[in-house]
Design a protein around this ligand. Structure first.
Ligand code: SF4
Length: 380
């Protein structure tokens, strides 16, 4: 019998109902804070917290406890991950895309210069990262199944295998057998952000392309888990809908994946949307609330790897990494050919432009251990 996937599981947690629940917790300050105090007690007894308790930690009244919660998150992080912080870098293979997502510079109707790297150009880009010490690489494309077919992704991965200990992909959603195929070419991890878990908003911002199929995307991590990928990253683009509810759903999804694909490491990232052309009414997410989201996730899911990308400012990254972040990108470029200096269009502006060496120094100064390799294939 075919096992049910996340799109089925999530039916018991309608987005609007979860949002209303969080809204109530935001308003009922006294009740919420009393419960938060009980949750804090539980963490001191090393007890796991449930998803419904996690919701309390995402609320505005929880901000009054952020220092104490941060200390708890830090203690859990040190216990589970030691002082290690894994470094990786993205490699944009192409900015061609047939989909239209209103929040993205690569969207089909945006008149930008398009470029897909040849396999040789991709290797050249990768080797620049390699010379900086990077050994975990993430290959990215838009959604153009014809110009960047999986045979092309597979060829690039196969050629990079000798040089990199981990090859991840952040490309269009695939079927299970296609993940299995890429696994044979050396791909070991998948990143696929749902962008928004709010079905109404999902329809509004995804105007064209395969990405419009919300359920197909929602079940992508299931298909990758069944295909045996070693690491799966999920997340939401905060700002498309209510951010507290989005994080609640990301937590639910990560917990589901952990239970179902227990041999796979689950990672979570929460990129923040910036106001841009065609993006109206972006809810502003303060740094303190944003920090609280990561802290709450760490307390709820002690073994999930939390990622903070170069979208965020150096100051914010430097403050958050010692508390609960275990994986970061460094020295990133978000345009195809960016490391070689090609003049193409980037997907979004990065905020932390420091080099890999700068990031390594920063981590060492904070008494953390920068790690370039946490995984190697010994047998296949
Ligand atoms: S988010 Fe992805 S699918 Fe959507 S327009 Fe950008 S590159 Fe294309």
């Amino acid at each position: 019998m075919q096992e049910k996937e996340f799109s089925h599981y999530i039916q018991n947690y309608p987005f609007k109902e979860v949002q209303q629940r969080i809204y109530y917790l935001n308003e009922e300050k006294n009740h919420t804070q009393k419960t938060i105090e009980r949750i804090i007690e539980k963490t001191y007894q090393d007890e796991h917290i449930r998803w419904d308790e996690f919701l309390y930690l995402l609320t505005k009244p929880a901000l009054d406890y952020i220092e104490e919660l941060a200390q708890i998150a830090q203690r859990i992080t040190r216990k589970r991950f030691g002082k290690t912080v894994l470094l990786y870098a993205p490699l944009y293979l192409s900015n061609e895309c047939k989909s239209i997502c209103t929040y993205c510079g690569f969207r089909y109707d945006n008149p930008i210069k398009r470029k897909t790297l040849t396999v040789e150009e991709a290797i050249q880009e990768a080797m620049i990262l390699h010379s900086q010490g990077i050994r975990h690489i993430l290959l990215l494309t838009g959604e153009d199944y014809r110009n960047t077919p999986i045979s092309y992704i597979g060829e690039v991965a196969e050629k990079l295998q000798r040089h990199f200990s981990s090859i991840g992909i952040e490309i269009y959603p695939l079927k299970q057998n296609e993940y299995e195929y890429l696994r044979t070419k050396g791909v070991d991890s998948l990143t696929i952000y749902q962008e928004t878990y709010d079905p109404e908003r999902y329809r509004e911002v995804h105007l064209q392309g395969v990405k419009r199929r919300m359920e197909f995307r929602l079940n992508c991590p299931d298909r990758a888990g069944k295909a045996g990928l070693r690491r799966i990253g999920i997340g939401a683009l905060l700002g498309l809908s209510d951010p507290q509810t989005e994080v609640a759903m990301v937590g639910l999804h990560a917990q589901y994946l952990q239970k179902r694909y227990w041999k796979t490491q689950i990672t979570v990232s929460l990129p923040r949307l910036r106001p841009a052309e065609n993006i109206k009414n972006v809810p502003l997410i303060s740094d303190s609330l944003y920090a609280l989201f990561f802290i709450a996730l760490r307390i709820f899911l002690p073994d999930v790897s939390l990622i903070l990308s170069t979208r965020e400012s150096p100051r914010f990254r430097d403050n958050m990494i010692p508390i609960c972040i275990t994986q970061i990108s460094a020295g990133s470029k978000t345009e195809p050919g960016g490391y070689s200096g090609y003049d193409t269009t980037e997907q979004f502006h990065i905020s932390d432009t420091r080099s890999v060496a700068d990031i390594v120094n920063m981590l060492k100064q904070k008494d953390l251990d920068p790690v370039f390799t946490d995984w190697v294939y010994v047998m296949k």
